[in-house]
Write a protein that binds this ligand. Structure first.
Ligand code: ATP
Length: 596
């Protein structure tokens, strides 16, 4: 089975990640973070914040609005240039989105075909409604479908306006060949091309309207008036845009612009910040991505952790190099397999016109290398553009240099200032940016930490790609309780959602429970960490394995001996080794482990 499928099954089963609105059929690209997912995501963002803000005296944080007026994004270039290419699909007449969602369903496409043969993947169990939904999304992509681990090729018998009717297949009596599959739009079974149209640019930003009147009503009445006046389509479109513009806003596509427009306010309120200094922000961004893929790798709604570092123009190259190293160090520190993290410098033709350098931090995902962070030397583009658009000078004045010169002039009585002096005293700072996707980082660290072992403790290599193998062998095994395979999530202790699990040897003994409660309470209070009290009535071994699966670094077991001598067993997740320690030593062991 594929590593990605294995991880997604685990995420769903153990409460890291759920398909959003699943009980209503789900929403493509929308995910909810469960109790463990939310902890992991939080830990990750805290580690980032700690490294970027708390460990530096010259970086401060900010939290800016998501809803953004068009002026900001027009100035930044997003309104005109933040586009992808789009084509229409012959299959659905909706935008062609060859996405792999919904990832967290029991099935996934393994291939894309444009032929009128419709291969179908069916899970063992699925509700009629979910099945219909699945077929609908799968067919929009022409996807491959397997039933009970087997691939079945079903011919499309005929296509009607809103239905696809499949041919019966006597070799597969178990297959639901009489399915009538509703879909949107018209399919031309004789065409081999999935596209109808030439590609055209499509802006990735989500628009929204701050207006008590439904914008659709405004559009209709403007369009009707325009039609009555005999205006053509282009003029009508202009009229509509004009009507809507006063209430138009965007959901921000990146957090960075919120920082740039606050450059002056932060400087004024924090005059001690001298260049170089940074402003950090963690928050949600939104992009109407044409291609949604690999679960939380690419979604319309995601979180970014961004730092904008303002530097003197002549220092930008050096600072860029320092940041690139520092960010690589950060990634490699938390990764279990540092070799799976690499840097990829952008080629000259990949760079934005204002950028003089950009590297992506990439992680080796099961399907190949993928960007998790971008580090860019953005020059003075953003501050300059916002300055020009607003007339507000977004520059930096080196007060010490200025004062020094003024004093010199005073004592010499000569007022002479070179262009070079002026440029050094007052300039528009250049910006080095580090922009990291929180959700993507979480996915990378989970895949990186995941180790699957057999009953002999031998590491089992899962497949790359993101689909189950066509035989579906290991998928069944790992899900069943008799599975010989088990997973150890070897997350860095500081990222682990639960830091310590405290286990009574048996759950129905009040004395043992009391000691467990005391230990967990003191860990919570002293270390302010997430502690689990694992008192299910299964064997201790099984409870250890459950904790391994979610990445808990330490398990503390309280048994009858504890009641005699105040000693407990502490077990290490990664080695499985156990040792006997005194209760009062547990706190230090955990604290030391978290300091690593
Ligand atoms: P990609 O090329 O993968 O679309 P990008 O170069 O457009 O990414 P940036 O604009 O540099 O991405 O954003 C910085 C970071 O934000 C990315 O490295 C990634 O981790 C994250 N990110 C960007 N878009 C998404 C998305 N749709 N879903 C999840 N994370 C994203």
């Amino acid at each position: 089975m594929s590593a990605m499928r294995h991880l997604l099954d685990l995420c769903k089963r153990r409460g890291f990640l759920f398909q959003s609105a699943e009980i209503h059929g789900g929403l493509r690209g929308a995910y909810d973070y469960g109790p463990l997912g939310v902890e992991l995501k939080r830990n990750l963002s805290q580690e980032w914040w700690n490294a970027m803000v708390y460990q530096r005296s010259n970086v401060v944080g900010i939290d800016t609005a998501i809803i953004t007026p068009p002026a900001v994004l027009k100035t930044s270039g997003h309104v005109d240039q933040f586009t992808d290419e789009m084509v229409d699909s012959r299959l659905s007449k909706e935008r062609f989105r060859p996405d792999k969602a919904p990832e967290l369903k029991l099935i996934e496409p393994t291939a894309v075909t444009t032929s009128p043969v419709l291969p179908i993947t069916a899970p063992d169990k699925i509700t009629a409604k979910a099945w219909e939904h699945e077929i609908r999304t799968q067919f929009a992509k022409g996807a491959l479908i397997t039933r009970k681990g087997k691939e079945i090729q079903l011919q499309v018998e005929r296509m009607e306006k809103n239905k696809i009717i499949l041919k019966k297949d006597n070799n597969h009596p178990e297959a639901e060949t009489n399915l009538q599959i509703p879909y949107h739009g018209y399919v031309d079974p004789n065409s081999n091309s999935p596209f109808l149209t030439e590609s055209r640019p499509f802006n990735l930003m989500f628009k929204t309207y701050l207006d008590p009147i439904d914008p659709i009503d405004r559009v209709i009445s403007t369009a009707l008036t325009s039609e009555r006046a005999g205006q053509d389509k282009a003029t009508t479109r202009q009229e509509v845009d004009k009507t809507l513009y006063p209430s138009l806003t965007y959901l921000r596509p990146e957090t960075a612009q919120g920082v740039f427009i606050n450059y002056a306010t932060v400087q004024r309120s924090h005059p001690h910040l001298k260049v170089p200094f940074g402003i950090a922000q963690i928050g949600k961004s939104f992009r109407n991505e044409i291609r949604l893929e690999h679960a939380i790798f690419r979604t319309p709604e995601f979180e970014q952790m961004e730092l904008e570092y303002f530097v003197a123009p002549w220092e930008a190259g050096r600072e860029f190099e320092l940041w690139r190293q520092s960010r690589m160090d950060w990634w490699r520190y938390y990764a279990r397999n540092p070799a799976k993290v690499r840097e990829r410098a952008h080629a000259q033709d990949e760079l934005a016109h204002y950028s003089s350098g950009c590297v992506d931090v990439e992680y080796l995902f099961p399907w190949g290398w993928g960007e998790v962070e971008g580090i860019a030397n953005r020059g003075d583009f953003d501050l300059k553009k916002h300055s020009e658009a607003t007339g507000i000078k977004l520059q930096y004045t080196d007060a010490a240099l200025l004062q020094e010169r003024q004093q010199r002039e005073k004592s010499s009585g000569v007022k002479e200032v070179s262009k070079e002096d002026q440029d050094r005293e007052r300039f528009i700072p250049h910006v080095v940016e580090s922009s990291c996707g929180l959700n993507r980082a979480m996915l990378a660290f989970m895949l990186d930490a995941m180790e699957v072992v057999d009953d002999q403790g031998r590491v089992v290599e899962l497949e790359g790609g993101e689909t189950e193998d066509s035989k579906g062998n290991s998928a069944g095994k790992s899900k069943s309780s008799s599975s010989p395979l088990r997973t150890i999530m070897k997350l860095h202790p500081r990222l682990a959602p639960v830091k310590v699990a405290v286990l009574p040897l048996v759950s129905n003994n009040e004395d043992l429970m009391k000691v467990c409660q005391g230990i967990s309470q003191s860990l919570r209070q002293e270390l302010q960490v997430n502690v689990a009290l694992e008192s299910q009535s299964t064997t201790v071994g099984k409870r250890y394995y459950r904790m391994d699966e979610i990445g808990t670094p330490w398990c503390v077991t309280v048994d009858y001996e504890t009641l005699q001598d105040q000693s407990v067993t502490i077990r290490d997740r990664d080695t499985g080794s156990q040792r006997r320690v005194r209760i009062d030593e547990v706190l230090d062991i955990v604290q030391d482990g978290l300091r690593l």
